[in-house]
Design a protein around this ligand. Structure first.
Ligand code: PEP
Ligand code: MN
Length: 364
């Protein structure tokens, strides 16, 4: 059961609900706060033997907006009874469904010069969000594994210099979260980090619990490449169940040769499914889905086409590999867009989004 409060409810009203809930045997109550740009929404989630707890005891209490009995599945991330997608703000960046956010950057951090070139291009394009992989889980142990914590000080410093507010950065071990926290603090927090859970760690439940137990960093959760959507959503629920509600769900294609010649079978038809079943914002990763820069006869790379497919389906975040010199990239160079693609991609995204906004709701 979820009790949602009026915006900016007083903590005494919330505490009263928690106390009342915990009078029921076998019920524990947890408080969640969704901090949007303008308002903070508070929810209290009742966990345990809630079947016999009547919703009526909470309805009408001061500060309570609504009370919803939720199915066990996707208790926290699920879109129960038409709930809204909660917004959150992190380091001055709003995560909501009002526009499309572009996280363009290096698959793997390699040199300060390349990071600088990338970030300078983003700044010139008015973009404050990027991706920078420091910890790379590679298929082969002999492939480049990322510069790890050694690159964090200069990556964060450059980010601050070029006005980057949020960097999506994959973590594959809880230790990496500590390293990121320490490096950010040592640098005076010139930027922010969104912790990325990669497809290879979708069901690394201990890692999910660790990123869920902290609330400083939001989480970008990638679907598992070889498991069902339901399994991925259940895994994502772990993060929320540990206390971190600031999650974006990312589709990145699934592993099957039926997707050939794309690297993965593009699964952006699941954008509306994820948005219906959960109240999470949905991100798409066209780079790891498609895996190359081949163009269609219309001149657009397949990567652009699938971005369009994701956005027209309601995705509001795009995570995409760029490299100022893809031939020098140490990871995934063949799928990296170059800096000359940045402005066209922005315009293309804006055009598709305008169409989405114009047509959504108009066919029902
Ligand atoms: C990545 O985004 O760098 C990455 C490794 O993606 P995925 O986990 O989707 O393969
Ligand atoms: Mn990659």
């Amino acid at each position: 059961m979820i009790v949602t409060f009026e915006p900016e409810v007083s903590s005494s009203h919330v505490d009263a609900v928690i106390r009342l809930a915990e009078r029921y045997e076998g019920v524990t109550a947890r408080k969640y706060e969704f901090r949007g740009a303008a308002t903070t929404i508070t929810e209290v989630h009742l966990i345990g033997s809630t079947a016999t707890v009547p919703t009526g005891v909470f309805e009408g209490l001061p500060g309570v907006l609504k009370v919803v009995r939720v199915s066990v599945k996707y208790r926290l991330i699920g879109r129960h009874a038409g709930m809204e997608t909660p917004e959150f703000e992190y380091n001055g960046v709003r995560f909501d469904e009002r526009s499309v956010m572009l996280f363009a950057g290096l698959c793997a951090v390699d040199t300060p010069e390349h990071v600088k070139e990338m970030m300078a291009a983003l700044q010139a394009a008015g973009i404050h969000t990027t991706r920078m992989g420091a910890y790379k889980p590679r298929t082969s142990p002999y492939d480049f594994q990322g510069l790890e914590k050694a690159c964090l000080p200069w990556v964060f410093e450059l980010a601050g210099k070029y006005g980057i507010k949020v960097i999506a950065m994959e973590v594959t071990h809880a230790r990496h979260v500590d390293e990121i926290r320490a490096a950010l603090d040592a640098a005076g927090a010139p930027t922010g980090v969104m912790l990325q859970i990669g497809t290879r760690n979708t069901q690394n439940f201990e890692l999910l619990k660790q990123v869920g137990q902290q609330q400083r960093f939001p989480v970008l959760f990638k679907r598992g490449m070889g498991i069902s959507l339901e399994e991925s959503l259940n895994a994502c629920e772990y993060i929320a169940s540990e206390g971190n509600p600031n999650i974006v769900f990312c589709l990145r294609g699934v592993k099957t040769h039926l997707g050939d010649p794309h690297r993965n079978l593009v699964d952006f038809a699941h954008v509306p499914v994820v948005r219906r079943q959960t109240r999470l914002m949905v991100c798409i990763d066209p780079s790891h889905s498609v895996g190359h820069l081949d163009k269609a006869p219309d001149g657009l790379p397949d990567i652009f086409h699938v971005v369009g497919q994701g956005i027209i389906a309601g995705a509001t975040m795009v995570l995409v590999d760029f490299h100022p010199h893809p031939e020098l990239a140490l990871c995934d160079g063949p799928q990296a867009l170059t800096l000359s693609h940045l402005e066209p991609l922005q315009s293309y995204i804006a055009a598709v989004r305008r169409t989405y906004e114009a047509v959504s709701h108009s066919f029902i």
